[in-house]
Design a protein around this ligand. Structure first.
Ligand SMILES: Nc1ncnc2c1ncn2[C@@H]1O[C@H](COP(=O)(O)OP(=O)(O)OP(=O)(O)O)[C@@H](O)[C@H]1O
Ligand SMILES: [Mg+2]
Length: 236
């Protein structure tokens, strides 16, 4: 499928997500529509509990919608086989979460190599690529250190390198600056911006950080299960 046409890279159509429990149904997303075009940097904002993480999980094919459809390069995610879903998650999408989820006992280098080895990349090639990425996030001096020994900001930089290890088209990030102090958050924001350009990414970033949202090419607010285009005022 061509990616140079004018179709969105990612599209949600009438997306509904309901969490059902014994006592109640929680309708989190309700007939939500979204189009994300190649190269866009979309910020997802909205009060706590409005469904930002839920939406990112659906976009990442980590969860399935109750109703509605998701398309990646015009292909329906619901048509993907289990193997195709796994390939989509490993090859097309890079994730960065508030908690980095690095393997603490493994070195920074090994953490960045691992998704590549899972995808079948040769060891030497994975190692070279991991070192290049760690240099890009300015962690090349620390690639032999165990992830569990790194500071929060350092771990988040390694997590960014890992997210890009398989050269994904799409970067999804959930509160990537959430656990960081203001200065470190600023560094991670700069890095996100640099990597977005250098790797020709399309990014969707959920955040409560208005400065991060303000830097996006487009900001969407999640409210009442739907997305509303919004403008974040410059406040600094
Ligand atoms: N697995 C689940 N089972 C039941 N309810 C869930 C589940 N996951 C999320 N929810 C509910 O869905 C709603 C949206 O949660 P979500 O985590 O997507 O919000 P959020 O916008 O990311 O919030 P925050 O800004 O605090 O991270 C909440 O009411 C939450 O309790
Ligand atoms: Mg969340």
């Amino acid at each position: 499928m061509s990616t140079t046409d004018s179709a969105p890279l990612l599209q949600a159509e009438e997306l509904t997500k309901i969490f059902r429990s014994a006592t109640e149904d929680v309708v989190v997303l309700e007939r939500l529509n979204l189009e994300v075009y190649e190269g866009e940097r979309v910020a997802l904002i909205g009060e706590s509990g409005t469904g930002k993480t839920t939406l990112l999980h659906l976009l990442a094919a980590l969860d399935t919608p109750t109703r509605g459809e998701l398309y990646f390069k015009r292909q329906k995610l619901s048509d993907f086989s289990l193997a195709e879903r796994a390939a989509y998650r490993n090859l097309q999408v890079g994730f960065v979460w508030q908690m980095h989820y690095l393997l603490p006992e493994f070195t920074a280098l090994e953490n960045v190599m691992l998704p590549q080895l899972i995808a079948g990349t040769k060891f030497e090639e994975a190692e070279t690529q991991a070192k290049t990425l760690l240099a890009e996030v300015e962690m090349d001096k620390a690639w032999q250190r165990r992830a569990g020994e790194l500071s929060g900001g350092e771990q988040q930089r390694v997590a960014l390198a890992r997210a890009l290890a398989n050269r994904p088209a799409l970067l999804l990030a959930d509160e990537p600056t959430g656990n960081l102090d203001r200065r470190t958050a600023g560094l991670v924001m700069d890095l996100l911006e640099r990597l977005h350009k250098a790797h020709r990414l399309t990014s969707v970033v959920a955040t409560h950080n208005l400065e991060l949202a303000q830097r996006a090419s487009r900001t969407l607010r999640l409210e009442n299960g739907q997305l509303v285009e919004t403008v974040v005022p410059r406040f600094y």
